[in-house]
Ligand binder design. Sequence first.
Ligand SMILES: C[S@@+](CC[C@H](N)C(=O)[O-])C[C@H]1O[C@@H](n2cnc3c(N)ncnc32)[C@H](O)[C@@H]1O
Length: 173
Amino acid sequence: MIRAAGSDRDTTIIDVGGGASRLVDALLQDGYRDIAVLDLSANALAAAKKRIGQAASTVDWIVADATTWRPARTYDVWHDRAAFHFLTDPRDRVAYVERLRSAVRPGGHVIIATFAPDGPEKCSGLPVQRHDSVSLAAELGPEFKLVETRSETHHTPWHSTQAFQFSRFRRQK
Ligand SMILES: C[S@@+](CC[C@H](N)C(=O)[O-])C[C@H]1O[C@@H](n2cnc3c(N)ncnc32)[C@H](O)[C@@H]1O
């Protein structure tokens, strides 16, 4: 989905709730040059930086809460896998979308992956709000047009499965 949103390697990407995920490694490997990773956890970002080594210095590591963060710039692609679904309070989802709206340029893309309606009710022991493309579209508002949605069965390291949905939206204006 990220490649579909921005095949140009100058595409600017933020991975929100990226934690220690290896997505940033894959993006660097692909040749993307302007990547930010935001997470509440300084420890998770430190683990990713250590793993990546020297190339980590080219990444913007942001320790922040996505519901209160004040973006200093805009991005072409906002990616979030399994962070938004922790926002079970509607007020937090509204605050998150406010940040997203100030960080995604018109014409930019938003990719949000969450547990699907038939997915688990908890993630890492915490309750989650499950979504599909329709509920996400309602959260984002009419400026964001759904481009594609996919189901994915995630196989966890502890040999269970989790039903995910991935939805990609394009900001119209
Ligand atoms: C289940 S992990 C997913 C990590 C990564 N995106 C992946 O797919 O492997 C959720 C991550 O979201 C982060 N997170 C949860 N709520 C957040 C918030 N309000 N702001 C920023 N990060 C948040 C957590 O610290 C954690 O690293």
